[in-house]
Design a protein around this ligand. Structure first.
Ligand SMILES: [Zn+2]
Length: 191
């Protein structure tokens, strides 16, 4: 059985000129028979919220054996040190920025029901986590940073390739019943 819990709901604020001044990513706990996985660790600001979530869920930080990073931007990696027993996995194209991380294989199952998909565009090495549980979930990181990117099929404001980024949003949308975006609450995909 796969259990999914959102440890922290991502958010993002812009100033009057549209410039981002505050960004904290979502952080998600996946518990399977094989592994206990955290996807993205958000920022130090979210640390108390993540700790509270563990207590409320009845899970323990020390039991986390795997941290998967959707990419290496600062607002997704700020609490890697909370999980001292975990190996940290990141796409080869993001690897240089994360000390001690191991390489993540994409388009492949990490454990049964949890597949890592390469979803580039925001960054070269952006990945998303596709999960088959009671519904089909995608933890998208900044491949889908906000609800509006899905709703309007617009690439993330920060991107290395806008067309590639939109292809990644389409790939995610085709699979998902529920998308957990990088910087918004989870939402349902309309069919
Ligand atoms: Zn990012």
């Amino acid at each position: 059985m796969i259990r999914l819990d959102v440890l922290a709901v991502g958010n993002l604020q812009r100033d009057d000129e549209g410039k981002v001044f505050d960004a904290h990513s979502s952080s998600v706990l996946i518990r399977t028979d094989e592994r206990t996985i955290v996807v993205d660790t958000s920022t130090k600001y979210m640390r108390p919220a993540i700790k509270t979530s563990f207590r409320q869920i009845g899970a323990f930080q020390k039991d986390v054996d795997t941290v998967v990073l959707t990419h290496s931007h600062y607002d997704h990696i700020g609490n890697n040190d909370m999980f001292e027993n975990a190996e940290i996995l990141v796409h080869p194209d993001e690897h240089g920025k994360i000390v001690g991380a191991k390489l993540l294989e994409t388009d492949k199952e990490l454990v049964p029901g949890v597949r890592i998909m390469h979803t580039p565009g925001h960054t070269k090495g952006s990945i998303s986590v596709f999960i088959k549980a009671d519904k089909r979930y995608v933890i998208a990181g900044d491949a889908v940073p906000r609800y509006g990117n899905y709703e309007k099929m617009t690439p993330p404001a920060i991107n290395i390739d806008a067309d590639l980024a939109v292809e990644s949003i389409k790939l995610i949308t085709r699979y998902a019943d529920v998308i957990i975006p990088g910087h918004d609450p989870p939402f349902l995909v309309e069919r």
